[in-house]
Write a protein that binds this ligand. Structure first.
Ligand code: GLA
Length: 344
C-alpha cells in the first residue's frame, strides 16, 4: 500500500442554539436550531499512525489509535475524538490542535462541534447529512446517550443568516431566514448539565412506550393521546406532539414577520418542557421568568436537553445588552462546518 502524503488541514465546526423544538428529534420530529458564530477549529497535519489532538483551551492531549482505542492518560473529552475515529476509520492519523470560542459543556453543543470538526479533519464526508449521521453515531458511542441528530446536523448544515427547519424523519434541512428585528441571546444558568447519567435516556424510552401504543409521535395528533393509559407517558407524548406543531407554527410566524407570535410559541415550548416533559429545573424556570419580565424580550425558554445548561431569549435588538454579560452570548446564525486542506 502506498502511504498517503501528509497534508495540512483546518476544519471549523460551529456550535448551535435551538430556537424551538426540543426533545422531538429522537422521535423523528421537527426542530428549529441555528448554527452560531462560536465555533471549534481543529488544525494540523494528516499522517502517522495515531490521531493526536492537543487542546489549547484545557489541559491535555487526546491520543487515539486508528482503531479508535484511547491511549492511557488521555483526558475525558478524548471519548468524543475516539468515537469519531472509530466511525471514520481513517487510513492515516492526524496531529492537530483544537481551540474553541464555545463555552465547554454549556449547552451550545461544544461536543457536537468537536465531533464534526474532528470528522472533517480526518477526511469524513462532505455531505452535511452524512457527516451528521456519522457524528451522531460517534456521540452515542462516546457517551451511551441515545441522542437525536439535531446538534450534529445543525453544526454540519448551518446557513449564515438562517435558522434550520430540520425534519428528523427524512433528515431534510430547510433554511429559514432570521429577521433582523430578532436578536438571539443565550444565557447560561450556571447549573451544570451532563447528559450521561441524566434522565435523557429515560425520556427517550417513555417516547418509545408512547409510540408502541399509538404509532409514530411524528404522525400523531392530540386526539390520539387519549389511547395512552399511563398518565406520565401520555404527558411526555403530549409534549412531543404539541412541540412539533409549535415548530411548524414558529416557522410560519417567522416567515410572516409575526414576532409576537414567535415569542408566544417560544414561551409555550418552555411550559411544555417544564410541565409535560419535566426536563426543566427551578434555576432554569427562574432565569426564564426574569428574562420574560425584561422589556423587549419576545420569549424565553430552556434550550437543548434541559436538566440545567442554557436558556435562549428572543429579543428586540439591544434589549438585553449588558444583561449578565459574564454568562450570556448574543449569537448570530452562522455558516456550517467546513474544511480547508493544503494550507500554506
Ligand atoms: C440534546 C441531544 C439532542 C436533542 C436535545 C433535546 O442536545 O443531543 O439530540 O435531543 O438534547 O432537544
Amino acid at each position: 500500500m502506498v502511504a498517503e502524503e501528509p497534508s495540512e488541514v483546518r476544519a471549523t465546526a460551529p456550535g448551535r442554539v435551538n430556537l424551538i423544538g426540543d426533545h422531538t428529534d429522537h422521535t423523528g420530529g421537527l426542530v428549529l436550531p441555528m448554527a452560531i458564530d462560536l465555533a471549534t477549529v481543529v488544525e494540523g497535519r494528516r499522517g502517522g499512525d495515531a490521531v493526536v489532538v492537543t487542546s489549547e483551551d484545557r489541559a491535555g492531549r487526546a491520543v487515539i489509535g486508528l482503531d479508535g482505542a484511547i491511549v492511557d492518560g488521555s483526558p475525558g473529552w478524548s471519548c468524543y475524538v475516539a468515537g469519531v475515529v472509530a466511525e471514520v476509520a481513517p487510513p492515516t492519523g492526524l496531529d492537530a490542535t483544537v481551540r474553541t470560542t464555545l463555552p465547554l459543556g454549556g449547552g451550545l453543543s461544544s461536543s457536537a462541534a468537536l465531533e464534526v470538526a474532528v470528522a472533517l479533519a480526518l477526511g469524513g464526508p462532505d455531505d452535511p447529512v452524512e457527516l451528521a449521521r456519522l457524528c451522531r453515531r460517534a456521540e452515542q458511542r462516546a457517551t451511551g446517550v441515545p441522542c437525536g441528530i439535531m446538534d450534529q446536523l445543525a453544526s454540519a448544515a448551518g446557513v449564515e443568516g438562517h435558522a434550520l427547519l430540520i425534519d428528523c424523519t427524512d433528515e431534510t434541512v430547510e433554511p429559514v431566514s432570521m429577521p433582523s428585528a430578532i436578536e438571539v441571546v443565550v444565557v447560561d444558568s450556571g447549573q451544570a448539565r451532563e447528559l450521561v447519567g441524566s434522565p435523557y435516556a429515560e425520556r427517550v424510552a417513555a417516547c418509545r412506550s408512547a409510540e408502541a401504543a399509538i404509532g409514530p409521535l411524528r404522525r400523531a395528533d392530540p386526539s390520539d393521546l387519549a389511547a395512552i393509559d399511563d398518565p406520565t407517558i401520555r404527558r411526555r407524548a403530549r409534549h412531543v406532539v404539541t412541540e412539533n406543531a409549535r415548530v411548524r407554527a414558529a416557522v410560519e410566524a417567522l416567515r410572516a414577520g409575526d414576532l409576537a407570535e414567535v415569542g408566544r410559541l417560544v414561551d409555550a415550548s418552555h411550559e411544555s418542557l417544564r410541565h409535560d416533559f419535566e426536563v426543566s429545573t427551578p434555576e432554569l424556570d427562574d432565569l426564564v421568568a426574569r428574562l420574560r419580565r425584561h422589556p423587549g424580550v419576545l420569549g424565553a425558554r430552556l434550550t437543548g436537553a434541559g436538566f440545567g445548561g442554557c436558556v435562549v431569549a428572543l429579543a428586540r435588538p439591544g434589549a438585553l445588552t449588558g444583561w449578565a454579560p459574564e454568562r450570556s452570548w448574543t449569537v448570530t446564525p452562522a455558516r456550517g462546518a467546513h474544511r480547508v486542506t493544503g494550507l500554506g
